[in-house]
Write a protein that binds this ligand. Sequence first.
Ligand code: NAD
Ligand code: DAU
Length: 337
Amino acid sequence: MADRFNNIIVTGGAGFIGSNFVHWVLDNQPGTRVTVLDALTYAGNRENVADCDPERMTFVHGDICDADLVGRLFADADACVHFAAESHNDNSIADPTPFLRTNVEGTFTLLQAARDHGVRFHHISTDEVYGDLALDDPARFTEETPYRPSSPYSSTKAASDMLVRAWHRTYGVPATISNCSNNYGPYQHIEKFIPRQITNILCGARPKLYGDGLNVRDWIHTEDHSSAVWAILTEGRLGETYLIGADGERNNIDVLRAILAAMGCGPDDFDWVRDRPGHDRRYAIDSAKLRRELGWQPKHTDFAEGLADTIAWYAANEDWWRPAKEATEAKYRAQGQ
Ligand code: NAD
Ligand code: DAU
């Protein structure tokens, strides 16, 4: 079963999670080749997959909205794992336009090709499609939770999920969907919460905390996301959605203070900044279906250890993040964040 797929297209394979998945497949599935399709937006970095064996990984610089290119690649593939997206909430609030194009039109373009060529399709989505939970709500998101997206980003991801469901039901596209919680680990773009704070400290700047700092995110290491996606791709039931999470609920101020402590700073060495409009309060995933049906388990269950490794990676890889730092912070400064 594990080597069932000879050639998998990975869209967004030069991004944070997509590149982790590419490495995961090459390391763990010797019979599988990967074709990365990535437009190398501000968030994509060819370096993220530069060390992959060229016999087993082909890099295609292109856009998922390019139907001709997508059609040619799908003619030669037996599965597509679709990570490519505009992924950052703050950017979607500043300008939703590219989110509509890539997340909705891009997913549509891929689904049409999957339909034409009978390609197995796995769609990577987010827990944000379910909206948010109150801090004192004992509930967690399940596959049955109604969709209630809050931001331009999450509403375009919700739209893309709906397209996948419709293309499965109406056209029989062999598809699955996963909705995962917040990822952390090496190679995450420095616009995101954890790497932004780590690289601020490394630059001698103060970390920035939104609102009251009590918003909760459910953290999972990106390698655990990759192993879950492989389990769903190979063993998941077609037409089904699986939630991916590792029981990692933490509020932002606790995560920030863990970073500050690990990097030798005081607990109040940060700035409070303007809150994100529409800021979701809490995400929490119940991943019982994935664990029960597919036997998946996360390996990175020690958050302090995962965070220490992540901090060490950013400290050792300044060449990777430094070129993007000034532009990223300039964008935040313009938004009062
Ligand atoms: P990322 O922003 O780091 O990477 C996105 C990648 O997609 C980049 O390499 C970019 O160049 C590429 N891309 C963007 N537009 C494209 C286009 N039109 N054509 C081809 N390539 C394009 O994102 P990420 O954090 O790695 O997220 C990957 C996926 O996982 C997204 O679908 C996101 O919604 C989902 N997700 C992310 C998280 C998280 O915590 N980061 C959690 C759950 C789900
Ligand atoms: O839940 C899954 C989602 O997680 C993914 O779908 C998204 O692609 C991914 O970006 C992430 O979304 P968030 O908006 O939760 O992640 P972000 O890293 O932007 O912010 C995490 C929390 O930290 C959020 O409550 C906002 C807060 N924050 C963020 C930044 C960048 C701060 O307090 N300060 C900051 O500087």
